[in-house]
Design a binder for this molecule. Structure first.
Ligand code: ADP
Ligand code: MG
Length: 474
C-alpha cells in the first residue's frame, strides 16, 4: 500500500505519544490534521499561527525525528494554518509555512583546565557574582545560509563564508572581513557562518558580538579592574565574530585590546570574522597595525542586490511568511527599492500588514504608496561630508574654511552646527565626528553640541539657522 498523509501522520503520532506527556500530546498533536503528502513533504494543518509557533519552538526536534523515521533524511514538514475571513469575505484562507527545523542555539560549555592560571575567569556576559563559563554563542538561528539567498551581489562573500564555515581557522580567509552598506546582509551572513559552524562542529566555541557591545564590556572591565580577565575570556573562543567594527574607530583602548585578542586567536588557528560598513582601506581612525591585520585575510563586499536577487528575496520572504502576492506587486517593489534589503523586506512586511489589518486587497496602488514612503525615507540617510557641504553652502564658505583652525565667530558657529547635525543625523561617534570635521577631539564635539543647544534657546537668529538647516536634512 502506498503511503498516504494520514498513514504517515498516524505513525508519527504513535511515536510522538510515546515521547511526551499525555496532556501535551492531547493539546498540541491531536488537533493537527494531515493534509497532503507530496515527495518527501508532509503538510499538516494547525488551527492557528500561535499553534504553529508553539510547535516550532517546543516540538520541532521531536517532529523532525518522527518524520525522518517515516520519510527518510529528506523529510520536510509544511504547516498549513487555517485563518478566518481574509479581506472580509467568508472563504477561509490558509497560510503555508515551511518548518524551519532550527531550534534555539544551545549554550556551549567550555572546559577551562583546573590548572588554568585563571581559575576565577570572568565571563563578561554574566552578571557579576555568578560564576559561569557556559558561553552563549549569541547567534540568531534565524539568520542562516538556507535563507541567505545567493545572487551576483553577494556570491563572493557568501562562498567565502561557506568556506570558512567548512574549515574554521583552516582557510586563508582569516580574518574574513565582510563589508558593505546598510541593510545588505552583513549581520545575517555573519550569523549564518556561526550557525553553520555550530552545526558542523558542535564542539567549537563560537561567539557573536557587536563591536559596540564589545566596547562596552571592555570599558566595564577597565572600571572593575578586570581587563586581563576580559582578554583571557576572548582568547578562549574558537570562532569570534565581531559585527560593525567601524564602531571601533577613534576608540584606541578598545582597538588595543582587540589587537591582542586578535593576535592570540590568529596565532592559535582560531577563526575571526568581522563586518564593517566600509572596506578596510576606507576606515578612519583605526590604528594602522589593526588595519593591516584586517587585510591579512579576505575582504569580501556585499553589494546592492540586482533585480533578480531582489525578486527572489521578496518571494522567499513571502513564502516563509505563508503569504501569496501577485507578481506585479512583487515586481513593483523590487523595481523601486534597490539599495537596501532591510527596506525591501520592510516594504513587503508593511504591505502584508496593511492588507491584513485593513482587510484590504493588496493592489498596485497600495504597493505604490508603500514603496513611495520607503524610497523617501531612504533619501534621509546623510553623511558627515554631506552635512559639512550643506552647512558651508548655507553660510557661503567652503568646507576647508569650516574645518580650519580659525576662531572667527561665524566660522566657529558653522563648525559647531555641522558637528551638532552630524551627531543628530548620523550614527557616528563623537570621536569620529570630531576627526572628520577638522580633526577635533570628542570633547570639542560634545562642547559644540551643548553650545548649539544653549544658543537655540537664547538666540533667535541662531535658532533660525538650525531650523533652516534641519529642513535641508529631513
Ligand atoms: P546589515 O547588517 O548589512 O545592515 P542585515 O544583515 O541586518 O544587514 O540584513 C538586513 C535584512 O535583509 C535582514 O532581515 C536580512 O535577513 C535580509 N537579507 C540580507 N541579505 C539577504 C539575502 N541575501 N537573502 C535574504 N535575506 C537577506
Ligand atoms: Mg548589521
Amino acid at each position: 500500500m502506498s503511503n498516504t498523509a494520514s498513514s504517515i501522520w498516524n505513525n508519527c503520532l504513535a511515536f510522538i505519544e510515546d515521547n511526551i506527556q499525555p496532556q501535551a500530546f492531547k493539546t498540541w498533536f491531536l488537533p493537527i490534521k494531515p493534509v497532503r503528502l507530496a515527495d518527501n513533504a508532509l503538510s499538516i494543518q494547525v488551527p492557528s499561527k500561535f499553534f504553529y509557533e508553539w510547535l516550532e519552538e517546543h516540538y520541532v526536534k521531536l517532529l523532525k525525528v518522527a518524520l525522518r523515521k517515516e520519510l527518510g533524511a529528506n523529510a520536510k514538514l509544511v504547516y498549513i494554518i487555517k485563518m478566518e475571513n481574509k479581506y472580509g469575505n467568508n472563504e477561509s484562507f490558509t497560510e503555508k509555512i515551511p518548518s524551519s527545523n532550527r531550534s534555539a542555539m544551545a549554550p556551549q560549555e567550555l572546559d577551562v583546565p583546573i590548572t588554568s592560571k585563571n581559575p576565577e575567569l570572568k565571563n563578561p556576559f554574566v552578571i557579576p557574582g555568578i560564576r559561569n563559563i557556559k558561553i552563549e554563542s549569541q547567534l540568531n538561528p534565524n539568520y542562516n545560509f538556507d535563507n541567505f539567498l545567493e545572487g551576483d551581489s553577494n556570491r563572493l562573500a557568501r562562498s567565502a563564508g561557506m568556506a570558512v564555515a567548512n574549515k574554521p581557522g583552516g582557510t586563508s580567509f582569516n580574518p574574513l572581513m565582510i563589508f558593505g552598506g546598510v541593510g545588505l546582509g552583513k549581520t545575517h551572513l555573519a550569523h549564518a557562518i556561526g550557525v553553520e559552524i555550530k552545526d558542523k562542529y558542535p564542539e567549537k566555541t563560537v561567539l557573536y558580538i557587536s563591536a559596540e557591545k564589545f566596547t562596552q564590556q571592555y570599558i566595564e572591565s577597565v572600571k572593575k579592574n578586570t581587563r586581563n580577565d576580559f582578554i583571557h575570556f576572548y582568547q578562549l573562543i574558537d570562532v569570534l565574530i565581531i559585527d560593525d567594527v567601524q564602531f571601533l574607530s577613534g576608540k584606541s583602548g578598545t582597538q588595543d585590546v582587540f589587537f591582542h585578542i586578535f593576535n592570540h586567536l590568529h596565532q592559535n588557528g582560531k577563526q575571526v570574522i568581522l563586518t564593517s560598513d566600509k572596506a578596510p582601506v576606507d576606515m578612519q581612525d583605526i590604528e594602522q597595525r589593526l588595519l593591516s591585520r584586517f587585510k591579512w585575510g579576505l575582504s569580501a563586499e556585499l553589494q546592492s542586490p540586482d533585480y533578480e536577487t531582489r525578486v527572489s528575496i521578496l518571494k522567499n520572504k513571502l513564502y516563509r511568511d505563508g503569504v501569496e502576492m501577485p507578481d506585479e506587486i512583487i515586481d513593483h517593489v523590487a523595481k523601486n527599492i534597490k539599495t537596501n534589503i532591510r527596506e525591501l523586506e520592510g516594504a513587503i512586511i508593511s504591505l502584508i500588514a496593511q492588507s491584513s489589518f485593513n482587510k484590504r486587497e493588496v493592489t498596485l496602488d497600495l504597493a505604490q504608496q508603500v514603496v513611495e514612503k520607503f524610497v523617501k525615507n531612504t533619501k534621509r540617510e546623510v553623511s558627515i561630508d554631506y552635512i559639512q557641504k550643506v552647512v558651508s553652502d548655507y553660510f557661503e564658505m567652503d568646507v576647508a574654511t569650516l574645518q580650519s583652525k580659525t576662531r572667527k565667530r561665524h566660522i566657529v558657529q558653522a563648525r559647531q552646527l555641522a558637528m551638532f547635525f552630524a551627531k543628530k543625523f548620523t550614527k557616528a561617534s563623537l570621536a569620529s565626528i570630531g576627526s572628520q570635521i577638522g580633526k577635533r577631539d570628542h570633547a570639542t564635539v560634545l562642547h559644540a553640541c551643548k553650545t548649539v543647544d544653549n544658543l537655540a534657546e537664547t538666540d533667535k537668529q541662531f535658532k533660525k539657522y538650525i531650523d533652516d538647516l534641519t529642513k535641508k536634512f529631513t
